[in-house]
Design a protein. Structure first.
Length: 292
């Protein structure tokens, strides 16, 4: 009897070792030879993270938290892709993406931060800024859309503005999406060649590409003034877009310790049948043609 038990334990241990070995091989194949993340593994991890985003949003809603997330970076760095993967599984009633156009004549006369303040989150809400007030330290500075006094005032007041938001109870999170110049050039050329993505390019993008070094200097100066202990910049390496998406979401989830407050499953009640009601004939309804 004992001999059979030993054999069973040995068989079990061998199976466990085999599973561990297979798992190790699987881990090695999670990345391609180029170092890029394998698509199957990427989709698997994205699904896990997106479920946690749903849990995270439930908790934010229940606790009345206010979360503002800023995404900045170079053109074609991958900001939009990260934002899309964050927003895909979430309830749009508790989420807003803010991507403001250039200021109009009236907004030009306002306090610089004024047009952004109206978009800040209310209790239980997540707001994502696809570019933000940092336009002044980037494109406005490099392309000459603000003068020296306006730029210097921004560098002085921005840290104080952000500290004020944090003191008010807003969780302010800032991401800089980083991409090297070779990869950025490749992506911009891909956009130019693809009619379905050409809308992502503008004359300003082309001018910006010609000022790569100027943007680098502006970014360095911006970081020097606004990368504070209270509201730090989190840099995301986005040379591999898929890695960047997973890393950004994983990091975002780690910043606020949340709990699973998703409601328990519930049973649907039986639908009430009203015998007197009769639906109109099908041929009286205008249907969309079934092309597929």
């Amino acid at each position: 009897m004992g001999h059979k038990k030993d054999k069973a334990e040995h068989k079990s241990n061998s199976k466990q070792q085999e599973e561990n070995s297979l798992k190790s091989i699987e881990e090695i194949t999670q990345y391609k030879e180029t170092g890029k993340i394998a698509n199957k593994y990427y989709l698997q991890e994205l699904q896990k993270l997106q479920y946690q985003l749903v849990v995270w949003q439930y908790w934010i809603k229940q606790k009345g938290k206010r979360v503002a997330i800023l995404f900045e970076g170079r053109d074609a760095a991958g900001k939009g892709g990260i934002i899309k993967r964050i927003t895909e599984p979430l309830n749009p009633r508790g989420l807003r993406v803010v991507a403001l156009d250039k200021p109009n004549d009236r907004e030009h006369t306002q306090w610089y931060f004024q047009r952004y303040v109206s978009h800040l989150p209310s209790a239980g809400e997540i707001v994502i800024f696809d570019r933000s007030w940092y336009n002044r330290a980037g494109v406005e500075r490099v392309m000459g859309f603000c003068n020296e006094d306006e730029y210097q005032e921004f560098l002085r007041s921005c840290p104080e503005f952000e500290k004020m938001l944090v003191r008010s109870g807003i969780h302010l999170i800032k991401y800089w999406i980083s991409v090297n110049d070779e990869e950025q050039e490749r992506r911009l050329k891909d956009r130019a060649a693809d009619p379905s993505r050409r809308w992502k390019l503008s004359p300003m993008d082309l001018q910006s590409w010609d000022k790569w070094v100027e943007y680098s200097k502006a970014k360095d100066e911006m970081m020097r003034f606004t990368d504070t202990k209270q509201v730090p910049w989190y840099n995301v390496d986005a040379d591999d877009k898929k890695k960047a998406r997973l890393n950004a979401i994983s990091h975002l989830l780690s910043l606020l310790p949340y709990e699973d407050t998703i409601p328990q499953p519930f049973e649907m009640p039986k639908r009430k049948i009203v015998e007197a009601y009769k639906r109109p004939p099908i041929d009286e309804v205008t249907w969309v043609p079934e092309v597929y």
